[in-house]
Unconditional design. Structure first.
Length: 131
C-alpha cells in the first residue's frame, strides 16, 4: 500500500522536496524530503527521527528506491566517517627522516596555501629540521 502519492516536486539544492501538507513531519510550508517519502512508501510506515535515508550513488536527486538505503543516525555517521578517513588521506615523505606518513588532505592543502613547502612526520623531526 502506498502511503503518499501524486505529490508536487520542488527542487531546493541539493534535494528534491515533496509538497505533502498533511504529512506529520512536513515543514511549516508543507514540504518533506522526497527520498524520505519514497522510503516510507517502500516500507509502508513513517520513518522515525533516528532513521536516515542514504543515497548510495551520492546523487541526492536520484530518489529511486534502488539508490536508497536506510540507516540509523549513528550508523550513517560511522559509515561516512570511515569513508572520509580512507578517502582523504595524503601520503607524504618526512623532510627530516625520509619516513613515509599520512595526513588529512585538507590539512596539507591548507598548509600549502599558507606557503609551507616541507612536511615532517612528527614535532621532533620538525624541530630538528628547523634548527
Amino acid at each position: 500500500m502506498v502511503m503518499w502519492k501524486n505529490w508536487k516536486r520542488h527542487s531546493k539544492a541539493p534535494y528534491w522536496y515533496a509538497l505533502i501538507p498533511d504529512h506529520p513531519n512536513a515543514t511549516s510550508k508543507g514540504y518533506v524530503l522526497e527520498h524520505r517519502i519514497v522510503m516510507e512508501n517502500h516500507l509502508n510506515r513513517l520513518l522515525t527521527k533516528e532513521e536516515v535515508v542514504h543515497h548510495i550513488n551520492s546523487n541526492k536527486k536520484d530518489n529511486k528506491i534502488t539508490n536508497l538505503e536506510l540507516f540509523k543516525k549513528r550508523s550513517h555517521q560511522k559509515f561516512h566517517g570511515n569513508q572520509t578517513k580512507n578517502k582523504c588521506r595524503i601520503k607524504l615523505i618526512c623532510a627530516w627522516c625520509k619516513k613515509e606518513f599520512t595526513r588529512k588532505g585538507n590539512d596539507v592543502r591548507y598548509a600549502k596555501k599558507l606557503g609551507q613547502k616541507t612536511f615532517c612526520c612528527s614535532y621532533q623531526c620538525n624541530g630538528k629540521l628547523n634548527n
